[in-house]
Design a protein around this ligand. Structure first.
Ligand SMILES: [Fe+2]
Ligand SMILES: [Fe+2]
Length: 167
């Protein structure tokens, strides 16, 4: 595997592990604030990010590349309210989408065509992730000043994942 591409894949693995830890920390915040539905939803997201990291690792290894795990910064632990949690989640998903786009461009440039199907799958996955988080942000924006409405939405979140066949 091309050295530059390998470095980019390793950076992507670090970003997926960062996303896992961001979601885990958010889940802990939500649980501590009695948003048990959001906590479960965020915990499932974290598990999905760990799986993403594993998929990228396997791909690097399958292409005879070298996997190098990076040191990671601590994720933010404090949030203003539940809306702030999901706004931060959306920002992180957008960052991941941009990063995978850059990886796709670099793989194309390096003629690493065998990497493109995996990256295409990830880009489709990011469209879904951004859409589902964006929907929650939009709904929370409408009800954030009404604690009982926020709780209702919170309790509904885990079922939403089940409906989508995720988690
Ligand atoms: Fe991911
Ligand atoms: Fe994600």
């Amino acid at each position: 595997m091309d050295a530059d591409l390998q470095a980019r894949f390793n950076a992507q693995i670090a970003l997926e592990h960062t996303a896992e830890r961001v979601y885990l920390q958010m889940s802990a915040w939500a649980e501590a604030h009695d948003y048990t539905g959001s906590a479960a939803w965020l915990r499932s997201q974290a598990a999905e990010e760990a799986e993403h990291a594993r998929l990228f690792m396997d791909h690097v290894l399958d292409r005879d590349g070298q996997v190098t795990l990076a040191a990671l910064d601590a994720p933010p632990a404090e949030y203003e309210d539940l809306l702030a949690v999901f706004v931060a989640a959306l920002q992180h998903e957008r960052k991941v989408t941009a990063s995978i786009g850059e990886l796709y461009a670099a793989a194309t440039e390096a003629r690493a065509y065998p990497s493109l199907p995996l990256l295409t799958w990830f880009l489709e996955e990011q469209v879904e992730e951004e859409a589902s988080v964006s929907t929650v942000v939009g709904e929370l924006e409408k009800v954030i000043s009404d604690p009982s409405a926020v709780l209702l939405l919170d309790r509904e979140l885990p079922g939403r994942r089940d409906d989508a066949g995720e988690g």
